[in-house]
Design a binder for this molecule. Structure first.
Ligand code: SF4
Length: 368
């Protein structure tokens, strides 16, 4: 066990480490100011695991319908030797009629045993090395690859949907498959950005592998591929080579602070305190945002605390921004009603005027 692994095992306090995966790591970049989430992920846990094992509550699981849809769509894309995926690339002329080499890492080492998982890593690395060596046998599509991503000296395995490269390209790009429907301009941009960030986790792992072989990590380009579902069907809509510089940068920033985060978490907890203790989890500073519900199973607990503390964020992002000068809903109400302390600075005075003006407008609308 490396010293870092030992530190993290101590922090988990007897809880078994789980595979955080690309989705878990991507979640850190969604709320970089949340020490609680970063601590949980760095320690090798997930918010769902903490809810179940530490708070003994039921996790915020994906709805069975969404889960079935997601699994069925992914199976459709990756099943049959990846033929649907290959067709999608051919239709866009991103792979030619002779670029048909497909390798399924899952088929090489199926199952969930530690041996099968380790074999999937070595098989993926072998295929990546073929590409790096310019070997013409290197596959054009690698399905279900598994790669290690090292953070704070600890290896986190990341399983991805697929990797893609034409024969002429020197390295692979990461592809993600999402079952939400492509609705053109109406597709939620936040969902697309999250999917790209998830793929970018894979790009980071690819870059680490390439760097480990003494080559330039940037050979793995900062572009990712996204497969969505056509509305009302299981037909794929391929969005190839989507720019992911900002997703890579935000992930890089979020994960680069991990060693300092580990030191900070150890400092924040009292001697002997671990993440297996619910009071210790709640001791870690959080940063509740409206979007927490979309990616973190702890959102209800964090929202309850935000509500108890009168944090404006419980009224939404806009209210949080506008009431920032007051710091709490109670203080904002005091400024509005003229109760409590007078404004303590210019920002509070401006807010007081704005709240009173809004109050007058509301009064005129309500009473004519
Ligand atoms: S729900 Fe809580 S722990 Fe999760 S990201 Fe939001 S503030 Fe952090």
């Amino acid at each position: 066990m490396t010293p870092e692994n030992a530190r993290l095992a101590r922090l988990r306090g007897g809880l078994a480490a789980v595979e955080v995966g690309a989705r878990g790591l991507e979640g850190v970049a969604r709320n970089t100011a949340c020490t609680r989430l970063r601590a949980i992920i760095i320690a090798g846990l997930t918010p769902s695991e903490v809810i179940e094992k530490v708070f003994n509550e039921t996790g915020d699981a994906m709805s069975p319908f969404a889960m079935t849809l997601s699994q069925a769509f992914e199976r459709r894309m990756l099943g049959n030797g990846g033929s649907s995926l290959l067709t999608a690339y051919r239709e866009k002329s991103l792979l030619s009629q002779i670029e048909v080499k497909i390798a399924s890492v899952e088929d090489m080492a199926p199952g969930d045993s530690p041996v099968a998982r380790a074999r999937r890593v070595t098989e993926t690395q072998r295929l990546l090395d073929l590409k790096l060596a310019g070997d013409p046998r290197a596959p054009n599509l690698i399905l279900s690859p598994r790669m290690p991503l090292e953070i704070v000296g600890v290896s986190h395995p990341v399983e991805l949907a697929y990797l893609i490269a034409s024969d002429a390209e020197p390295a692979y790009r990461v592809g993600v498959i999402k079952s939400f429907a492509d609705r053109g301009g109406k597709t939620d941009r936040a969902d697309i950005r999250a999917a790209c960030r998830e793929a970018a986790v894979g790009t980071m792992a690819l870059r680490q592998h390439i760097a480990g072989r003494g080559r330039a990590p940037e050979m793995a380009v900062d572009k990712v591929d996204l497969v969505l579902r056509a509305p009302g069907s299981f037909n794929p809509r391929l969005f190839a080579q989507m720019r992911a510089e900002s997703e890579l940068a935000s992930l890089g920033r979020a994960l680069a602070t991990a060693p300092a985060d580990l030191d900070e978490v150890e400092r924040l907890l009292p001697a002997g305190g671990t993440l297996a203790d619910p009071t210790m989890i709640e001791r870690l500073p959080n940063n509740y945002r409206s979007a927490c519900k979309e990616h973190c199973a702890l959102w209800e607990r964090c929202r309850t605390h935000a509500l108890a503390a009168g944090q404006p964020i419980v009224l939404g992002d806009l209210a949080a921004e506008q009431l920032a000068a007051a710091g709490s809903i109670t203080r904002a109400l005091d400024l509005w009603n003229g109760r409590g302390r007078p404004p303590e600075n210019e920002a509070e005075a401006t807010l007081m005027m704005a709240l009173r003006e809004a109050g007058h407008v509301l009064d005129r609308i309500a009473n004519g």
